[in-house]
Ligand binder design. Structure first.
Ligand code: PLP
Length: 410
């Protein structure tokens, strides 16, 4: 605490020299819109928040009950194991077997993480260093870029929206860049663009990984949220995948456990070991009751996961129907929690950041401007379908009002 006599000397300020790894982070383009959202809320505005993929529904009651029971057990308050308790890792293996026919050794090929974001970032730190390059999907989920930058690596962002072209560009980049990229990050169903792929994509990716010698990290955060019979394939279900890479899954989305902070890295044993080594220095693992409740969730809550996916499906249709009625051209996503919406003219000319600010400022609807996901995102908004159907209908009405005002202005 600063004492009253201790006033800062303005003519000779003491500077805090933060590390270069912090200074070289790209600018955070959601800062302006987050600040306005906060201001609106403080002023009492009921913001309809489609900004972040942060589920608003609670997890299945059985999961909460198990957590409560485990919290009451005095044995569960000590430091846990950094890589996750054995029964949890085993449950992840069982789930991969049941859903994707993939056999995983829970001892060497699974690491539990404090959310997949933590695991992903620390794995980048374990794999990347100065002079190393990673290929990341563009438009980019910011963490995919930041984690590589924080690990002192360089980023090449390749447009992911045409998956075949994405593969061809990976091949081209690896052929012509020296030294070759060390890591390729993939994320299907993709955030933010909602691009999906079939298993043959991964067959080609594994072939390219072996040809060029790069490692693969698959971020499979939206594995559980698929619509109309589409089943998102697992990278690990591809022959040869375990030789070249790992996959991250999470309890945040399909189980609505985002705040609980629990996810998993599975696949190549050496990459898992590298992640476990880094984590061993940084953390003491996830609170044990959370791990115990996660085991129960994976064992017993398939029906709850299905019903969460159905809910997102209904919300998708409510929001897409509404935007189409307003004249937006919408491609309905087959998976994930986001509508990647092309901004209609003349509003697209404003730029996605200004248009998102306008929607928030004038009608209290918060969305993420596409530009926040890199240059490839300009001209788009990302809308998270995390509010209920009634609130989404309200959001459409308010967006319509905002657009009408604009048209009616002389
Ligand atoms: C693509 C992607 N990966 C990872 C995460 C983070 O998930 P977790 O809550 O497991 O850290 C998100 C969350 O928004 C995401 O969209």
């Amino acid at each position: 605490m600063r004492s009253e006599s201790e006033q800062p000397e303005s003519d000779n300020p003491f500077t805090i020299p933060v590390a270069t790894r912090v200074l070289r982070l790209p600018p955070y383009l959601f800062g302006k819109i987050n600040a306005l959202k906060h201001k609106k809320r403080v002023a009492g505005v009921d913001v309809i928040d489609l900004g972040m993929g942060n589920p608003t529904d609670p997890p299945d009651p059985m999961i909460i009950e198990k957590l409560t029971e485990a919290v009451a057990d005095p044995r569960n308050h000590r430091y846990s194991v950094s890589t996750g308790v054995e029964n949890l890792r085993r449950e992840v293996g069982k789930r991969y077997w049941k859903r994707y026919g993939v056999r995983i050794d829970p001892n060497d090929e699974v690491v539990a993480c404090i959310g997949s974001k933590e695991g992903f970032s620390h794995l980048c730190l374990a794999l990347m260093g100065p002079g190393d390059t990673a290929i990341v999907p563009a438009p980019s989920f910011p963490v995919h870029v930041y984690a590589v930058a924080l690990a002192s690596g360089n980023v090449i962002a390749l447009d992911v929206r045409d998956p075949e072209q994405f593969l061809a560009n990976i091949d081209y980049t690896c052929t012509h860049l020296y030294p070759k990229p060390k890591l390729v990050i993939v994320n299907f169903p993709h955030n933010p663009s909602a691009t999906v792929i079939e298993q043959d994509f991964y067959v080609e990716l594994v072939r390219l990984a072996k040809k060029h010698g790069f490692l693969v990290i698959s971020d499979f955060a939206y594995a559980d949220i698929c619509f109309e019979g589409y089943q998102a394939p697992s990278f690990l279900a591809t022959p040869g995948a375990f030789e070249v890479g790992v996959e991250f899954t999470t309890m945040s989305k399909g189980y609505s456990m985002a705040g609980w902070r629990i996810g998993f890295c599975a696949g190549n044993a050496e990459m898992c070991r590298a992640l476990a080594t880094i984590k061993g220095y940084y953390d003491y693992g996830i609170f044990q009751p959370v791990q115990i409740a996660a085991i129960v969730a994976m064992r017993n809550c398939d029906a709850a996961v299905e019903s969460i996916a159905e809910e997102y499906h209904r919300r998708r249709d409510v929001l897409c129907d509404g935007l189409e009625r307003l004249g937006w051209e919408i491609e309905r996503p087959r998976a994930g929690m986001f509508i990647w919406a092309k901004i209609p003219e003349p509003w697209a000319q404003m730029g996605s950041i200004d248009f998102a600010m306008k929607l928030l400022d004038e009608v209290g609807v918060a969305v993420s401007p596409g530009r926040g996901f890199g240059e490839e995102g300009e001209g788009y908004l990302r809308m998270a379908i995390v509010e209920n159907e009634q609130r989404l209908r309200q959001a459409v009405r308010q967006i319509g009002r905002c657009m009408k005002q604009e048209v009616e202005q002389p």
